[in-house]
Write a protein that binds this ligand. Structure first.
Ligand code: DP6
Length: 324
């Protein structure tokens, strides 16, 4: 094989109904289905070069050579792609994200979505959306939701074939904004991968999982009807349920910082004043504050005035992963 390369771009996504806990941790088959929105303007751009001169896979993140767990996860994904394509060539992977990584904005989602598309293309494969979504999932669960565009549902399934994501509405369907409130730039102390493994140590996890179909139905319906009040109710409930599981796991996972709670209080009090706004929080201290597009500027400004808030980024619904 001569040198073959491809570059792909993917957005991260924010989950409205969360994935927490695995049925199969190796294949990232989740304990429950989830719903998310891609985040426009934030992206990971990844180039993959299969080069016969290489003796092993290489990874560069933000311009720095990287080893350890990150390289192992990339290497495992490349092995899957090599097996599918029937090749043995090693690759150099160069990845850049334009937002703070590992801080509660799912950088592994955009990273593995972009990597799956770039690596399969460079290896000469042409996967459809479903196949790509399944492959991205094996790198990082939430990455399967960054392959399709707009508002996306990940059907949990019970096997590799059944567990993939699809679009439930295009990015243009609803003018919803995620005001991403950064309260800490630090790397999270416990990764999502480690956290998923602890989910079943909480006695609340089975209850959370059993009720997921109801919440999924409410969230899907609220998105399709652009019904912000119903959306806000189920999104905040779902985030609180996931954090209840995290906090009551052994060991306990408390991702919130004082400023996280400050933002949660502010959002609830603005909503009781009549503002259409709600929060959701991933495995980190930063808060995603959601509102209709028309309110975004006003709400982002209010958020910037809260104590402990370092930065507020805003993102509209984003498109699918694509080749450059
Ligand atoms: C809290 O997809 O990052 O953001 O599959 O181990 O890479 P791995 O985990 P990951 O978990 C995401 C957890 C979450 C909720 C969500 O995005 O649904």
């Amino acid at each position: 094989m001569s040198i073959h390369s491809a570059t792909a771009i993917a957005c991260p996504n924010i989950a409205f109904i969360k994935y927490w806990g695995d049925l199969d941790p190796c294949l990232h088959i989740p304990a429950n289905s989830s719903i998310s929105m891609n985040l426009e303007g934030l992206y990971t751009r990844t180039q993959v070069v299969f080069d016969p001169a290489l003796r092993y896979d290489q990874l560069t993140l933000e311009g720095e050579p990287v080893g350890g767990i990150a390289l192992e996860r990339v290497n495992a994904m490349l092995d899957r792609v090599r097996e599918m394509a029937g090749i043995a060539t090693f690759a150099a992977v160069d990845s850049f994200s334009n937002f703070p990584i590992s801080a509660g904005i799912a950088s592994s989602a955009s990273a593995f979505a972009a990597l799956s598309l770039a690596a399969t293309t460079a290896a000469g494969l042409k996967l459809n959306e479903k196949e790509l979504s399944r492959l991205a999932r094996t790198g990082s669960g939430s990455a399967c939701r960054s392959i399709p565009g707009g508002f996306v549902e990940w059907q949990a399934g019970e096997s590799d074939e059944e567990s993939y994501s699809f679009s439930i509405a295009s990015p243009k369907h609803w003018d919803l904004v995620d005001c991403i409130v950064l309260v800490s730039p630090a790397q999270k102390p416990v990764s999502s991968s480690e956290g998923h493994a602890l989910a079943l140590t909480s006695i609340l996890q089975p209850t959370r999982v059993t009720d997921t179909d109801r919440r999924l139905g409410l969230c899907r319906m609220a998105i399709l009807r652009r019904d912000f009040a119903s959306f806000a109710e189920v999104v905040e409930l779902d985030s609180n349920l996931m954090h209840a599981v995290m906090i009551t796991s052994t060991p306990s996972l408390l991702y919130w910082q004082p400023a996280t709670v400050e933002v949660m209080h502010a959002v609830q009090s603005w909503r009781s004043e009549g503002l259409p706004v709600c929060y959701t929080i991933d495995a980190g201290p930063n808060v995603h504050v959601l509102c209709p597009g028309g309110e975004a500027e006003r709400i982002a400004q209010r958020l910037r005035e809260l104590p402990g808030v370092l930065q507020v980024l805003t993102a509209y619904p984003g498109g699918p992963a694509y080749l450059e």
